[in-house]
Design a protein around this ligand. Structure first.
Ligand code: AMP
Length: 283
């Protein structure tokens, strides 16, 4: 595995693989099985797998956890080497945002909904850094997790709008044995908060079972999830949403093939998200 810390060295590493099919997995590091599932998919479907580990400052709002976001470069590199990744891109901020930096990507309409409401500017930062990384790596396929469904939808819209010509592969949420979706931020949780956080997958599992049994009423689903999550005093609900996949607008009725059921809560200072899909994001 080649580790590249500069744009110039990344370009050199990629030039050496010209003509090969390139798969790209963007991450913020502190890797877990969720990330590694994306790396494995890329390895299966491409000749070269490029992984970036970059904690992108522009997607953190002031007061968020940028400074304490977990970082472990050495462990990440060892895991990626073991998975057979070919190139690890580990840029510094000055490499990604050379001063003066002025160009930003807004995916209007999708970026202010759900997580965008409580994280102003977050998806502008995400779209901008992902576009920059896609421009650098020029992959045939890019790999994202359904865990961040809104992120995947924002990127899908950007890929379509800007004719990026990359295939997006959105892979299922990888969970711990008890159901909690893996997240680098789970490391922040106290034992009590972690136990309370299980209300998320539980509420979603039950809602998903009701949808499978024919329930279509979004209000009934939201109420059932709110009741389940409301039993945990350690959790504060940010949103419980049943929205259309194509525009993230609230919907009154689940439409099979075009619905995202998504939940965000706070457990102390930690924000947790989870969801299930009735439909497909990959394109
Ligand atoms: P992050 O490092 O949190 O920015 O995540 C990098 C990529 O890994 C994103 O596409 C995430 O959606 C994906 N990811 C994070 N957690 C999971 C998970 N539990 N299962 C599957 N993919 C995940």
């Amino acid at each position: 595995m080649r580790t590249c810390r500069t744009v110039a060295s990344l370009r050199r590493a990629l030039a050496a693989r010209a003509g090969d099919r390139v798969g790209f997995v963007p991450t913020m590091g502190c890797l877990h099985e969720g990330h590694l599932s994306l790396v494995r998919a890329s390895r299966r479907e491409n000749d070269v797998t490029v992984v970036s580990v970059y904690v992108n400052p522009s997607q953190f709002a002031p007061g968020e956890d940028l400074d304490r976001y977990p970082r472990d470069e050495r462990r990440d590199a060892a895991l990626l080497r073991r998975e057979g990744a070919d190139v690890l891109f580990l840029p510094a901020d000055a490499e990604m945002y050379p001063a003066p930096y002025r160009t930003w990507v807004d995916v209007a309409g999708l970026d202010g909904k759900l997580c965008g409401r409580s994280r102003p500017g977050h998806f502008r930062g995400v779209a901008t850094v992902v576009l920059k990384l896609l421009n650098l790596v020029r992959p045939q396929r890019a790999y994202f997790g359904q865990k961040d469904a809104q992120q995947a939808l924002v990127i899908r819209q950007m890929v379509r709008d800007l004719h990026l010509g990359v295939r997006l592969r959105v892979l299922p949420i990888v969970r711990d044995a008890d159901g909690l979706a893996l997240s680098s931020r789970n490391a922040y949780l106290s034992a009590e908060e972690r136990r309370a956080a299980l209300a998320l997958p539980k509420a979603l599992r039950r809602a998903q079972a009701r949808v499978a049994a024919g329930e279509r009423d979004a209000r009934a689903l939201r109420a059932a999830m709110a009741a389940e999550i409301g039993r945990e005093p350690l959790l504060q609900v940010d949103y419980i949403a049943v929205v259309r996949l194509d525009n993230l607008e609230d919907t009154a009725a689940v439409e099979p093939g075009n619905t995202l059921v998504a939940v965000a809560v706070r457990a102390g200072r930690t924000r947790l998200i989870d969801n299930f899909l009735c439909g497909e994001i990959s394109c």
